[in-house]
Ligand binder design. Structure first.
Ligand code: NDP
Length: 451
């Protein structure tokens, strides 16, 4: 780290922490970007003079609101809703909605900040935002989830729109929740627009959107592997999570010839040394998406598998790790286990799943490593394609959307190489992704004056 970078990051972070106390996830996300872009700021001092970074860490708007709803027993419940509209320099705000008990302002700001750079990387015109609530759909009936979504949207609808802010899904928000929110939005606004993405196939949804984040992750990983003359063929892959991203990452990795041996949820992980098959994955999709059960049940159904309660998959020997559950799910000790187990590639499907200490270990050991903002950008990119189809009142074929997705992931990879190739020819994907995203957003902000 140069003397400039060290001083710049230290002073910037001190001011950020003082102004945003306790927002640890937000601090972590900002620090990663700062460390990556500081040499660029030194090289282009007009960004420093215009205080671009100081502006980028201040959301354009933060909306926090009460979400009252009634449970099936007739008891009144109160949750907190959020929408952080971080940056609209290159397009309308765009970013998912997360329903999980852990949601707070720090997590919303970290996700909205990451989203700004990720969306810039997709090559599509989308600004950055994120929203959600500390409501957990776990254990709730469909009727309770519907009443909650309707109450949430009753407030959110006044802040979003097809040219203003277009939310999508994230943890705890899938097709069911998007449907309930879209229904309420349409009812209150009396307009049928593409204001949410991830919609159902008969009412404006794009083909391949459900698959896009996981598939895009694998397309990106293929390109990373190719830099070392490798591919998914015959490789042992660890996947964490068992939700949307994990399911389709596992499916695509399998179809590209890999053996996927783990899946997880917040209670533990399953290890199946025989590997997933299409049939086993179909069961997982039914278990998680329809029955809304726990991954432990996989081990009851398939005796080849073992369930490890309260643990994460990283101790299992592998070639490639695809973390697809949540933030900070790979800590330093986990990273060391991956390195010791022979893993040579970690590609993030989740947002910020590796802690800074873990990243140091992974990069220090010379593994291929890509941050989520590059490798999981296929989801929002395909949401962008859904917006385009909605505006054109068209529906593209699955093949057309998949081809766009492949091309976008390939462009993101090329951008990472452009800004992240080291002198020895290896690639720093963290630097590449952050600098590429930063240059695009920062340039737009400069050109639009002091707003
Ligand atoms: P889902 O809700 O579909 O699945 C999340 C999975 O992660 C579940 O298996 C869940 O287990 C597990 N999980 C959630 N919280 C924790 C936790 N604290 N500890 C361990 N496991 C946990 O979400 P998605 O698949 O959509 O999202 C997964 C990740 O990918 C998130 O980081 C999200 O931000 C990111 N992402 C998602 C995109 C999308 O298109 N959906 C796009 C880009 C990034 P359980 O069932 O126990 O809750």
């Amino acid at each position: 780290m140069s003397a400039f970078t060290e001083k710049y990051v230290k002073e910037f972070m001190a001011a950020l922490v003082a102004k945003n106390p306790g927002e640890t996830e937000f601090h972590q996300a900002v620090r990663e970007v700062l460390e990556a872009v500081a040499p660029t700021l030194e090289a282009y001092p007009h960004f420093l003079d215009a205080k671009i970074m100081e502006r980028m860490v201040e959301p354009e708007r933060v909306i926090m609101f009460r979400v009252p709803w009634m449970d099936d027993e007739g008891e009144i419940r109160i949750n907190r809703g959020f929408r952080v509209q971080m940056n609209s320099a290159i397009g309308p705000y765009k970013g998912g909605i997360r329903f999980h008990a852990s949601v707070n302002l720090s997590i919303m700001k970290f996700l909205a900040f990451e989203q700004t750079f990720k969306n810039a990387l997709t090559t599509l015109p989308m600004g950055g935002a994120k929203g959600g609530s500390d409501f957990s759909p776990r254990g709730k009936s469909d009727a309770e989830v519907m009443r909650f979504c309707q109450s949430f949207m009753t407030e959110l609808q006044r802040h979003i729109g097809p040219d203003t802010d277009v939310p999508a899904g994230d943890i705890g928000v899938g097709g069911r929740e998007i449907g309930y929110m879209f229904g309420q939005y349409k009812r209150l606004r009396d307009e049928f627009t593409g204001t949410l993405t991830g919609k159902g196939q008969t009412w404006g949804g794009s083909l391949i959107r459900p698959e896009a984040t996981g598939y895009g992750l694998c397309y990106f990983t293929e390109q990373m592997l190719a830099t070392r003359g490798k591919s998914f063929k015959g490789q042992t892959v660890l996947v964490s999570g068992a939700g949307n991203v994990a399911q389709f990452a596992a499916q695509k990795a399998m179809r590209l010839g890999a053996k996927v041996v783990t899946l997880s949820d917040s209670d533990g992980f399953v290890y199946d040394p025989d590997g997933l098959t299409e049939e086993k994955l179909e069961y997982v999709m039914f278990l998680k998406n329809v029955r809304r059960g726990r991954i432990s049940e996989y081990a009851q159904k398939y005796p080849s598998a073992t369930y490890y309660p309260g643990e994460r998959p990283w101790k299992i020997k592998c070639d490639i790790a695809l973390p697809c559950a949540t933030q900070n799910e790979i800590e330093a000790a986990d990273a060391q286990k991956l390195v010791d187990g022979g893993c040579y590639c970690v590609a993030e499907g989740a947002n910020m799943p590796s802690t800074p200490e873990a990243i140091k270990i992974i990069q220090g050991a010379g593994l291929l490593y890509s941050p989520g903002k590059a490798s999981n950008a296929g989801g929002v990119a395909t949401s962008g394609l859904e917006m385009t189809q909605n505006s054109m009142r068209q529906k593209w074929t699955a093949e057309e959307v998949d081809n766009y997705l492949r091309r976008i992931m390939s462009d993101i990879h090329a951008n990472c190489l452009k800004y992240g190739t080291r002198e020895d020819g290896t690639v720093d994907y963290v630097r590449g992704a952050n600098v590429a995203g930063f240059m695009k957003v920062a340039t737009a902000m400069l050109e639009q004056g002091l707003v």
